[in-house]
Design a protein around this ligand. Structure first.
Ligand code: CU
Length: 219
């Protein structure tokens, strides 16, 4: 073998064994459909590493869930534990935002404009919020103990990029499904392309929406 080839081979071997751990990551696309094959939006797919609890870095600024046209927007929000949320009211009428959910009970009495203070979500779980004045107003905050999550769009796809290689518990939550769908999953380092996981949800809980709006596609 010529010296130049040997040098190239040595360089390859060197780099293959000294790649920083951070690059050993893969990506996953979770495709969420109902039993008829129609895409399901607003599903939250999360990956919890089985080896050790991941480090969480909540955003410095609060996440926003606004009230507009007497609806919450967005309808589903996924955040990590330790995130603060603001509830700005963009309507001309007052709203009274509250939650009775175990991970976070809170109450923001009647207000307009910016919410008086942000709310800290410091425990994992699903927090359902409502408005004391408008019965149909409802939204969900999924508080996660992992930074690896995504919400499905109207195409039913939730894309999780840069997930460190390893074994995970995949959980797919949806407001209309009583129990999240879970399975174990191996994430391989990239180079093998995006791993595609298909999940079938059976939305079986009805959701009330504003009678006059007809928005959201939930029946
Ligand atoms: Cu209201």
């Amino acid at each position: 073998m010529k010296p130049v080839l040997l040098t190239a081979l040595a360089a390859l071997l060197c780099c293959a064994t000294t790649l920083p751990a951070a690059t050993a990551a893969g990506s996953v696309r979770v495709e969420v459909n109902d039993p008829k094959g129609a895409p399901v939006a607003d599903a939250v797919a999360s990956l919890m590493p089985l080896a050790a609890a991941p480090e969480l870095t909540p955003p410095a600024e609060p996440v926003q869930i606004s009230q507009q046209d007497e609806e919450f927007s967005p309808y589903v929000t996924a955040i990590v534990v330790g995130t603060r949320v603001d509830f700005p009211n963009r309507d001309k009428v007052q709203h009274h935002v509250y939650s009775l959910s175990k991970p976070k009970r809170f109450d923001i009495p009647l207000y307009k404009g910016e919410s008086p203070e942000s709310v800290l979500f410091d425990r994992p779980g699903v927090v359902t919020i409502g408005c004391n004045l408008h019965d149909w107003m409802s939204a969900h905050i999924v508080v996660l103990g992992t930074p690896y999550f995504a919400k499905s769009g109207s195409d039913g796809r939730a894309s999780l990029a840069t997930v460190p290689a390893g074994r995970y518990r995949l959980e797919v939550w949806h407001p209309r499904v009583a129990a999240p769908v879970t399975r174990e999953l191996d994430i391989a380092a990239s180079g093998t392309g995006t791993q595609v996981v298909s999940v079938t949800l059976r939305p079986d809980r009805r959701i009330r929406r504003a009678p006059e709006s007809g928005a959201g596609g939930y029946k």
